[in-house]
Design a protein around this ligand. Sequence first.
Ligand code: GRF
Length: 185
Amino acid sequence: MTQKHLAVFVSGTGTLLEAIIDSGLPIDLVIADRPCKAIEIARKRNIKTVILERTDFSKSFDRKLYSQKLFDIVTQYNINVIAMAGFMTILSVDFFKNYKGVIINSHPSLLPDFKGHNAVEQALSAGIKKTGCTIHRATAKVDTGEVLAQAEVDILATDTKETLHERIKQKERALYPRVLRSILK
Ligand code: GRF
């Protein structure tokens, strides 16, 4: 059986990454698209890190080239499972073709509801009682792909985007390592 080599892609505060590390799962590499707290966490925990910095956030961003560079790095490290943990750059169709079925993502809503970067705000303004998180196989279409696990979170009348997101992230931090463990088996 081929040995599994996991890379975690990050951009933000890294609490999901930290939960994955704390669960004891072996991480070969952490890659960020910008300097961020998540990359500092990885360094402190002695995990190999690469920052492939994205400098262009305009419409002319060369997604293909960026994804190609990222692909070159992950292949160099023999990565065969990728966990996105708050990674904020959308990758090219080719990248997903090359890693078909083995890119996993955690999203802060009950997909297919509320896709996109502002899923928590969308749930709040929808005036509903429940939202949650979804762990799914990622595809080139943002926030679509086979759902692997979901957990519900109640929306409270007093919730702000921050309080609700934090309770969703608590569920993500419990669920994501469990799903990844079953994939890495
Ligand atoms: C999580 O809610 C994840 O679903 C979303 O970004 C957040 C990452 O949080 N894509 P953190 O950077 O791991 O704290």
